[in-house]
Design a protein around this ligand. Structure first.
Ligand SMILES: NC(=O)c1ccc[n+]([C@@H]2O[C@H](COP(=O)([O-])OP(=O)(O)OC[C@H]3O[C@@H](n4cnc5c(N)ncnc54)[C@H](O)[C@@H]3O)[C@@H](O)[C@H]2O)c1
Length: 344
């Protein structure tokens, strides 16, 4: 077990790596805890939850909407949850996003603990305090930045994570390597996903490293005015495709990263061999690198993206593997590239 305090402007958050979920009741009285989780996680791990009061939602991105938040708030009121309640988000990124958002608005803010149970939530969604819900097909348009008190990394939850979700999570890990860490890119190229699934120690140190990469970026820019935008590498187009075609998040981000790598070769200094190496690594980890989307449909969604500023779009490109940059691209140039050759 390792405890790492991380100082944000609003508070110090305690990250506990390689711990057992049961330590939760050492930190808070059980009757004050209220879990938000989904049917999959609850179904597999119910007996470990020690009878803690739970609100169980249906799984999946389609539930990350205001209607789910309203239903949860109604249940919290019926359960007489008060200002002393500690909301615990136990699940993948959908659950940690919803739990974070609910905790930040219920009674104008109650305490929050995040217990991520998917790779994606461990290395990304639960780290950094950002939460959000979708509005119709527009991803993460509403939300807050709200830090939990604690984050617990109990790797034993991963024993029930479907392989497809491991693959999804590795899309964000490859993203971290692309924007910040060329040595991690090399490391990934010399391993396979099964190495991480089968070796708990390798996985534990790797997750901790990736949490560190994300935290470094977030701590340099808590309110997302600059460097934090790098974490959106692959996400601008990725989110549009995810929303339009209901692709798994990691798959959509993978296709988005290939597109962003193509743009980086065009508009920044990423070399062609590096672009190909990114494609190869994504393929090696089971991720798609092509998708024949309807360019008009995707363009309509992109034009409404929150990263759009007047007639420019803030886009994340790579100067090289391990060095992401934020670049403002004129919308008409982007539109042309999308319609002509982004999927080369
Ligand atoms: N807030 C942020 O900074 C941030 C960053 C990245 C992604 N996200 C969000 O995260 C979400 C994607 O996260 P995700 O891929 O974890 O989605 P998810 O929560 O939908 O989880 C994926 C699937 O795995 C299941 N699952 C999770 N843990 C499991 C376990 N231990 N055993 C068995 N099944 C398990 C879930 O029930 C679900 O079916 C998206 O909504 C994305 O927008 C947020």
């Amino acid at each position: 077990m390792k405890e790492q305090p991380v100082k944000f402007s609003s508070k110090t958050v305690h990250y506990f790596f390689d711990v057992d979920f049961s330590i939760l009741t050492e930190h808070y009285p059980k009757e004050k805890l209220l879990l938000i989780t989904d049917e999959n996680v609850y179904g597999f791990h119910r007996q470990r939850l020690n009878g803690i009061k739970s609100i169980v939602i249906k799984p999946g991105e389609a539930r990350k909407q205001q209607a789910t938040v309203d239903a949860i708030i109604l249940q919290l009121l019926e359960m007489q949850a008060d200002k002393q309640t500690v909301i615990v988000g136990l699940g993948g990124g959908v659950v940690t996003d919803i739990a974070g958002y609910v905790a930040s608005i219920y009674k104008r803010g109650v305490r929050l603990v995040q217990v991520p149970t998917s790779i994606l939530a461990m290395v990304d969604a639960a780290v950094g305090g950002k939460n959000g819900i979708d509005v119709g097909e527009y991803k993460n348009q509403v939300g807050t930045i709200y830090q939990p008190d604690l984050l617990l990394f109990d790797y034993s939850f991963l024993s029930t994570l479907p392989r497809e979700e491991w693959i999804n999570g590795f899309a964000e890990i490859i993203k971290h390597a692309c924007i910040k860490d060329d040595s991690q890119f090399e490391f990934l190229a010399h391993h396979t996903i099964d190495d991480f699934i089968n070796d708990k120690n390798l996985l534990a140190s790797f997750i901790e490293k990736n949490v560190g990469i994300k935290l470094n970026v977030v701590l340099n820019d808590e309110m997302e005015t600059g460097e934090r935008k790098l974490l959106n590498f692959g996400h601008t187009l990725g989110h549009a495709i995810e929303a339009c075609y209901n692709l798994p998040h990691g798959h959509a981000i993978s296709i988005g990263m290939v597109a962003a790598a193509t743009l980086s070769n065009e508009l920044a200094s990423l070399s062609l061999p590096e672009k190909d190496a990114i494609k190869q690594l994504l393929r090696k980890y089971g991720l798609p690198v092509h998708f024949a989307f309807d360019t008009d449909k995707i363009w309509d969604i992109l034009a409404n993206d929150k990263k759009r500023e007047n007639n420019h779009m803030s886009f994340i490109l790579l100067n090289k593997i391990g060095e992401g940059v934020v670049q403002s691209i004129p919308l008409n140039q982007l539109k042309k590239l999308i319609h002509q050759r982004l999927l080369d």
